[in-house]
Design a protein around this ligand. Structure first.
Ligand code: ZN
Length: 133
């Protein structure tokens, strides 16, 4: 894994959180994107080599809606940048991690993404992402 690509933060009102994080970081977001298949709308901020991804549910069945219902707003996942997502999946499976989707799916910000179940990573939902091009 190369670096922390982004931190995903579950929010209940993207418009308000966008303003809040712009104040916090001292600059505006660079992208808004809806990922229909995941039922989320996202807002991306750059911070050095990493990013902050704000996630708002677009429907009550969205994993973000369920997360907020259970735990409230807050850090939802850590995403690591990888060069070869399929090789990483094989490596992590061999190490005993539970992979939620073995076939990489299209994520926001032009990435292929795979998630690891939090139960095998100390309660942390881990996202692997590889540039899609
Ligand atoms: Zn993410």
């Amino acid at each position: 894994m190369r670096k922390i690509e982004h931190l995903g933060i579950a929010v209940s009102n993207l418009g308000e959180s966008k303003k809040l994080f712009a104040k916090l970081l001292g600059h505006e977001s660079y992208k808004t994107e809806e990922v229909e298949s995941e039922g989320v709308k996202t807002e991306f901020f750059r911070i050095g080599e990493s990013k902050i991804e704000l996630l708002e549910a677009t429907n009550p069945e969205s994993t973000i809606a369920k997360y907020i219902e259970k735990k409230g707003q807050g850090i939802h996942h850590i995403a690591f940048a990888v060069d070869d997502i399929k090789a990483e999946v094989e490596r992590l499976k061999a190490e005993g991690f539970t992979v939620l989707n073995e076939t990489p799916k299209k994520g926001a910000d032009n990435k292929w993404v795979v998630f690891l179940h939090p139960k095998t990573s100390n309660g942390v939902l881990v996202e692997l992402c590889q540039d899609r091009d």
